[in-house]
Design a protein around this ligand. Sequence first.
Ligand code: PMP
Length: 381
Amino acid sequence: MIKQAPLVMIPGPTPVAEPIRQAMAVQTYGHTYGGFVEIYKECLAGLKTIFQADHMIVAGGAGTLSMEMGLINTVRAGEAILVVSHGVFGDRFTAIAKALGITVDTLTCPPGERVALSEIEAKLSAGNYKAITLTHVDTSSGVMAQVKEVGQLAHKYNALFILDGVCASAASPEPMKDYGIDVLVTTCQKAFGTPPGLLMVAFNDRALARREELGTVPSYYSDWKNWLPIMENPSLYFATPPVNHIVALNESVKMILAEGLDARYARHERIARSFRAGLAGLGMSCVATEAALAPTLSVIYYPEGVDDVAFRAKMEEYDVFVVGALASLKGKAFRVGHMGNICINELVMTLYAIERSLAAVGAQVVPGAGVGAAWAQWHKG
Ligand code: PMP
């Protein structure tokens, strides 16, 4: 039997909308061809608008490389940073910093909670940190951080503010100037809805001044100074860019700007509210506390007695792909992404598959309870 690929409802990659898929499929241009150079420029300009960025780098690589690029260009080995971690991806900054010989203090909290602002302020006031890192949405816990408030603290204590936007960019506001974000590191396979393969780093003049102050940095590919001339004039060569990906990302950026940033952020909030109403209809709850719930994904506790592997195998059988939880939540929860170019239809399919899968593994379910509650919430707005 020929089966369609399952609906990808994981927190990245996300479903790829038809215009983006078509853009990805263009015949590959030479990377210095004039037509492509214009597309690259348009893409960078659109991203600068979305993020209020002074400078923008788009290149081949994963989100993890963008995180590394954020640190390596702003902090020297032996200098100290403060990492605020709400889970596995916050901790990744600690691991990268250690690999770079940077001294690192990490603030953590139990899964689902947020590190208190007072705790962050106490650390910042006592230490001499060159930078503070924060994960906008930690994809392991589903926790959304207090970006604006942490930005204010970072500036009060003269630390550069580095934000990981990977699981939030293009779904939740990240206006760099308004929020005091000095460096924003992100990628394309989540709310941008483009296949994985591109890193994005946005930074302001303050961060660039810091890069200049460092003199040299211990990397060639990651050095902002090697990329900046190319971003000014993409007909120059540094390293061959993933041409088709950039054409696809440009399509995504155009879709985002056409939808409008406020409308896009509001759509994500509405989808998240509706999905969670559906979960509540099934008697299920999220790991994140109410105040910290992210608009981009939900990390959902299993009802008593439901086996993680058996449940997800059923979901796949019903053509919806979700993933298990990580670290201490492994086996206790599963993760559903609800970001990018999706709407209520994909959520309804997902909730329907959750209902069926729960029933198939022996849980008590009222058929339609999740789907009905999600619809009711959607219609309320
Ligand atoms: N940060 C966050 C918040 C993430 O969710 C991820 C990936 N899930 C990463 C960083 C790393 O991105 P990548 O897998 O593209 O390297």
